[in-house]
Each structure stands twice: as structure tokens, then as C-alpha cells.
Design a binder for this molecule. Structure first.
Ligand code: PLP
Length: 389
């Protein structure tokens, strides 16, 4: 078939491929523990479930405004007031099908062919493909320091007159790297001084374990609304990945353009999902804090094991639920790369991890600790003979 050129640049998600391989092995009778998925293992808070049931029981399902119901947009602004003490008008908000669609709409609205988009490497695997789809050129920036955080001097090296956007992602997928408020602001201000638009992907903002607390560039929004955009959603912080609620906040003029794109593609997100978002964002946030504490304990559990593996290293993950393991010292003739190591671990240890290649680092594997402690312990025990040598 004669496919469009844009198909040359994009690939199916590697995380989904690993889950499919794990499912295939399971169907053949193998016992596979998956540490590959990027989604919370916690239940949706009960009051949120109840709100969806109530909304369904009205028996009405009209279209809503494309960028979301006013009450849901207000609930997003309430979140920023409660968590970051930032007051935002409703016109700054768009509700989309997950953080993914927010990013997609945004890049479609901003990029022209040849525009360069900077982001730290390793990166969330959708950034390069989304940038390509929107006609831009991805420019991954590898940090010079070994702690996986980029600095202004890394950005200086990557900068060209075509640099149009900088994407920051903290806490980060796949490394769990978390930038402090000060570090984020230094990077954002460097970009804005050069007329580079800043996208802050804060999908995991609630899952930050730094003692200094949560960080968010939303704190700069009132001052720099023309040059800054925040992407977030309810997938991670509120354990609702499948209900596809993402939101973006930025300049009303930009929100209107994104809304036009959304209006010609998917229109409003499911109205029941909007009922869920309303209940989650306006209700108590205690489950969010409980989840954060549990994730932190799991991170410590996993890091205790990993510190005993002399040939494996990783930056200290201060957020999200990922650890990005550098396993290159274990490569051999039989296992020459990350993909071979993944297959080896899945078939021999019975544990599924994700190869680092799609995240921009073929020396690594991504481990997700979004699973209960007992399973995590067992998986790490099973991995030890293979990664601990
Ligand atoms: C860094 C990052 N940004 C954005 C997203 C998109 O989230 P959503 O599931 O809301 O589309 C993800 C999802 O895994 C992510 O890891």
C-alpha cells in the first residue's frame, strides 16, 4: 500500500510491544512478571467512581464544548490554586484525550517544517514521533553530567537559530529524574530569553519525592503566559490512565487554536470522563498523597536491590515510578544490546522490562515499580542472578 511519508518517521509504542510479548509468553504457560507498564496500579478513588456512575444514570449524553465543560476547566484552575497557589482564568485551559492529545494539539499548532524541538535525552518515547508528525525536527539533548539532568550549557550546545520549542519533563519518564523548582526556572528562563517556547510536561507532578516538594512551571505562568505551556492530566496522579483525561494550560489565543484542531479531530473528551475529572480535581487529594508515599517506599526497595548489582548503574530517581538501568557493562557476544537483554530477562528470569532504545539510550532498560511490594520483591529476586553479576 502507498502510505504517507509521515509513516516513515513513527513507530508503534515499545512499551505496548513488550506487554504483547509478555502476553504471548504467558499464553504459552510462562509465568511473566511485568515491570514494563507506565500506569498506576492503584484503584480510582471511590468518590470519583461514584461521580461517573451518577453522571451515567442521568441517561443523557450530549456533546460538550470541544475544549471541555466550563466546570471541568474551573476544576483544573482550582487544582493549580490548591497545589501551587497560582490563579489562572478558565480561558487558559483545554481538556483533551490524555496528556498525549494535549501535546499533539500543541505541536500541531506551533510547528512549521524545519522548526527544531529540544528535549533532554533520554526522553519520553512519544516526543520525537509527535514532533515528526507535526512537521518539526526533534533535537534530543544529552546531559553532560552523569545525574541525567540537563543544564544551560547542554542547551547552549544544542541551540541553533531554528530552535523553536524546549520540552521539559519533570518528574521524568524514563529516568524518574526530578528537577527542583529553581532548576526548572533556570532552564525555562534560558529558553524564553532566546524566544524559545517552553512546554513543561508535568504528567507526574504529584509523584515527586524531593524533600523540597513539588515543582511546577505553572508558577511562572502569570508572568510568562505567552511563552510557556503546562501539560498535565489525571492518568498518573489520580490513577485514571484509561479514562483519558489530559489538560493543558497556556495563553488563551493558543488554547483556541488547539481547540480548533481538536474540534476537527476528536471533539470533546467523553463526558463521563469529564465527570470523573471534576470529582477528582475538586475532591480530597489524600489518595494522591498516599500513592506518593507508597511509590517512594517501592523506589527505596528497588534501589536497595539495585545498589547490590555492581555492573548496573542508574541516576537516582526522585519521582514518577521508573528506574532507568544502565546495563551496558553486562553486554556480551550473546547479549549485545538492550533488546537482546530484554528478551533474555523475559525468557530466563520471567520479568518484562522495556528496552532503552526508544527512549534514546540503547545502554539501558526501563524498570517500572508500579506494582505491589510483594511482586516487586519477587521480580527483583528473579532479576538478581542476571543483573547482579
Ligand atoms: C512523560 C509523559 N508525558 C505524557 C504522557 C501521556 O499521558 P496520557 O496517558 O494522559 O496521554 C505520558 C504517559 O505515559 C508520559 O509518560
Amino acid at each position: 500500500m502507498n502510505f504517507s511519508h509521515r509513516m516513515d518517521f513513527i513507530a508503534p509504542s515499545a512499551t505496548l510491544e513488550v506487554s504483547a510479548k509478555a502476553a504471548e509468553l504467558r499464553s504459552q504457560g510462562h509465568d511473566i512478571i511485568s515491570l514494563s507498564l507506565g500506569e498506576p496500579d492503584f484503584p480510582v478513588p471511590e468518590h470519583v467512581v461514584n461521580a461517573v456512575v451518577e453522571a451515567a444514570q442521568t441517561g443523557r449524553a450530549p456533546y460538550t464544548p470541544v475544549p471541555g465543560l466550563p466546570a471541568v476547566k474551573d476544576a483544573v484552575t482550582l487544582y493549580f490554586k490548591r497545589v501551587y497557589n497560582v490563579a489562572l482564568p478558565r480561558e487558559c485551559v483545554i481538556i483533551s484525550n490524555g496528556g498525549k492529545q494535549v501535546l499533539f494539539n500543541l505541536l500541531m499548532a506551533l510547528l512549521n517544517p524545519g522548526d527544531e524541538v529540544l528535549f533532554p535525552r533520554p526522553y519520553w518515547l512519544s516526543y520525537p514521533d509527535m514532533v515528526h508528525l507535526a512537521g518539526g525536527t526533534p533535537v534530543p539533548v544529552r546531559p553532560e553530567t552523569p545525574n541525567s539532568k540537563i543544564t544551560v550549557s547542554d542547551l547552549e550546545r544544542a541551540y541553533t537559530p531554528k530552535s523553536k520549542i524546549l520540552i521539559l519533563n519533570s518528574p521524568g519518564n524514563p529516568t524518574g529524574t526530578c528537577y527542583s523548582q529553581e532548576e526548572l526556572e533556570i532552564l525555562a528562563k534560558w529558553a524564553m530569553e532566546r524566544n524559545i517556547f517552553v512546554i513543561s510536561d508535568e504528567m507526574y507532578d504529584q509523584l515527586c519525592y524531593l524533600p523540597s516538594g513539588l515543582s511546577s512551571l505553572s508558577r511562572l505562568l502569570p508572568q510568562f503566559s505567552e511563552q510557556l505551556f503546562i501539560v498535565n492530566g489525571l492518568a498518573k496522579s489520580f490513577a485514571m490512565p484509561g479514562w483519558r483525561v489530559g489538560y493543558g494550560i497556556g495563553a488563551p489565543e493558543l488554547i483556541a487554536k488547539m481547540s480548533t484542531i481538536q474540534g476537527q479531530s476528536t471533539s470533546n473528551i467523553c463526558s463521563l470522563a469529564q465527570a470523573a475529572a471534576l470529582a477528582a480535581l475538586t475532591g480530597p487529594y489524600d489518595t494522591v498523597e498516599q500513592m506518593r508515599n507508597v511509590y517512594m517506599q517501592r523506589r527505596d526497595l528497588a534501589m536497595n536491590y539495585i545498589s547490590l548489582w555492581p555492573n548496573v548503574s542508574c541516576p537516582m530517581p526522585d519521582g514518577a515510578f521508573y528506574i532507568f538501568l544502565n546495563i551496558s557493562k553486562l553486554f556480551s557476544e550473546q547479549i549485545p544490546n538492550d533488546i537482546a537483554m530484554c528478551t533474555h530477562l523475559m525468557t530466563k528470569a520471567g520479568v518484562a522490562l522495556v528496552p532503552g532504545t526508544p527512549f534514546g539510550d540503547s545502554r539501558c532498560l526501563r524498570l517500572s515499580y508500579s506494582t505491589d511490594e510483594e511482586t516487586l520483591n519477587l521480580a527483583l529476586e528473579k532479576l538478581s542472578p542476571y543483573l547482579g553479576g
